[in-house]
Design a protein. Sequence first.
Length: 336
Amino acid sequence: MYRKEKSIQLKSSSAALYNNLSVLRLPGRQLACFSTVHGPSVNVVSAAADGLGFSHRQLQAKEGGMAVSTSVLTQAAWCVLPSRVLLVLTSQKGIQMYESDGSIMVYWHALDVTEHPPGQAVFARGIAPAGGRFICVGTSSGLVLVFDIPPKGTNITVSEVLEQHRDAITDIAAELGQAPDGAGDVVTADDAGALCVWSAGEEFTLLSKIPAFGCTCSSVKLWNGVVAAGYGNGQILLYEAATGLLRAEVNAHARWIYALDLAPETGKLLSGAEDSFVHVWKLSRNPDTDDVEIEHCHAECVTDTQVCGARFCDPEGNSFAVTGYDLSEIFRYSRL
């Protein structure tokens, strides 16, 4: 069971976007950072563990790293690599990368409008670190850009473009546990519901492709060779990453799922949806049969809130944070 803690106030409300909450736990300090986006700005809040001390920063979507534009942000996420942590923003114009506290922009990548058919929306969405030195970012044309991140400095380059998706990328996730051999360590999802599992390296290799079935996959996670995917019909489907085989199907929510998260040390899965509910699940593998199993652990109703962001605040899944559409605060919950 979880209990509600002191909530965190935001300078502006959260937009109704998939995965619209990112959490960065600062090691060795009783401090966590939270970010949500609304329109052209991102709210970044540093909060003490006791819920008493807060500091706020707002970043604006920029065009070319200079003039403030009217570009709308689509996502903000911290990418934790072994050598550094970057805050990555995606928008209608391109991709911005900042030092973790948002103080210095280290890279700007403009989207190529000519790649999109006339009249089609142009944006980037879906952010994940991968392979120890890469950051993957999706686009509305279905491309996945792989950025090679140096240990320091601004010499960031596009090392590869992955071209398996036909529809706009919705989410990207990296392996959070110990992947079995050949299971892959990156998964990408799109608006049609198709999933691709990749092995990261000097060149990314496509390992399996899970076909679409007419329903958007809005959020995806990867843990111990298991792909957990949340869909617009409220279902969570679990697949084998290596083969794409469906292992479990859960009617988790009454409405569209907007966010999933995984606690890597325990296999807990967090889901949040338009139906105002947040659920905590437990993933595991049966040691005798190797079957993937899922158990429901907790349900929390965030009254009158269309949940658009839900994240664990620690690798064990002992606490989590939630925000919702038009909500100017982040709710926090911790285990009893």
